[in-house]
Design a protein around this ligand. Structure first.
Ligand code: C2E
Ligand code: MG
Ligand code: MG
Ligand code: MG
Length: 288
């Protein structure tokens, strides 16, 4: 650390930096053992049909039950995992756990489509497709029940790796989705080449729907573009009835957000889904 260059105000600044660095360091060393100690958990957030209100599937979102710090969100530890080479192990755990959970649900008669989020690192792993195929086979889950979400910015980061991974996954029958769309400046011609099924509009546009005519124009254009390319459109981060109504009017196919449900543990999700089924008599078979 710099030596007493700037008197008192400087040392306050340094103390702050040190505690941040220490926090990162201790989390990083704990994260090394999180998988083997069974501290990771998948939460599931439903995707709701814009027209009929039935459940289209769920997105698996990883959480870390830290023994001292409590439940940590992926925004805290996924970037750390990426920086310290731990994302591979976490990503593999997510693949296995999501498939195991689908099998569990199937055993009680619920055929639920599950989406998982893939990192840039996973896209470049040469055995990604094989690993996913093995996990599906082990749990006897149909490949089309699994959907892989890749953010637009990750997809743009390494176009060759993305293309190869997408083609491999599509070949075995897994569905693909472009996440956080609208923030990554991808070209139309590139998007057209990817065998994706779904496009998820970034939450920032949904948030601004009612206050900004620009956001409305973007969402409207994205829905048309996606449909022209044969993709289904999902809006993420839907929090108000006003946003929902605007999205339905624009032809958005599915919605996800706190207005409908927060991400929840598997058992809670099942109760929630069964409660809704009793209400609406809708069925669970994925229809995409
Ligand atoms: P994402 O894939 O775009 O997931 C959506 C995020 O928005 C989730 O945050 C979700 O809890 C949150 N969300 C859902 N509805 C609403 C809403 O109505 N309002 C607001 N304000 N937020 C909403 P979460 O679970 O903290 O995950 C953050 C990001 O971490 C995810 O963004 C995804 O990129 C990443 N992530 C999560 N799980 C995994 C994983 O298993 N592997 C990898 N590589 N990344 C993951
Ligand atoms: Mg996602
Ligand atoms: Mg997203
Ligand atoms: Mg997002």
């Amino acid at each position: 650390a710099a030596k007493r260059a700037g008197g008192n105000s400087m040392s306050v600044f340094e103390a702050h930096m040190d505690s941040d660095a220490l926090y990162t360091l201790s989390l990083q060393s704990d994260l090394r053992h999180a998988v083997e100690r069974g501290e990771l958990q998948l939460y599931y957030q439903p995707k709701i049909d814009g027209h009929e209100g039935r459940i289209h599937g769920v997105e698996a979102l990883v959480r870390w039950n830290h023994p001292q710090r409590g439940l940590l969100s992926p925004g805290v530890f996924i970037p750390l995992a990426e920086r310290f080479g731990l994302i591979g192990a976490i990503g593999n755990w997510v693949i296995e756990e999501a498939c195991r959970q689908m099998r569990d649900w199937a055993e009680v008669g619920v055929r639920m489509r599950v989406a998982i989020n893939l990192s840039a690192y996973q896209l470049r792993e040469p055995d990604l497709v094989e690993r996913i195929e093995r996990a599906l086979q082990r749990e006897r889950v149909e490949p089309s029940c699994l959907l892989c979400e890749i953010t637009e910015s990750v997809a743009m980061e390494d176009i060759q790796a993305t293309q190869t991974a997408f083609e491999g996954l599509a070949r075995i029958g897994v569905f693909l989705s472009i996440d956080d769309f609208g923030t990554g400046y991808s070209s139309l011609s590139y998007l057209r080449q990817l065998p994706a099924r779904q496009l998820k509009i970034d939450r920032s546009f949904v948030q601004d729907l009612q206050s900004s005519s620009d956001a409305r124009a973007v969402v409207d254009a994205v829905v048309r573009l996606a449909h022209a390319l044969g993709l289904r459109v999902v809006a993420e981060g839907v929090e108000t009835a006003g946003q929902r109504d605007a999205l339905v009017r624009m032809g958005c196919d599915e919605m996800q957000g706190f207005l409908f449900a927060r991400p929840m543990p598997a058992a809670e999700l099942l109760d929630w889904a069964l409660g809704r089924r009793a209400e609406s008599m809708a069925d669970f078979a994925p229809s995409v």
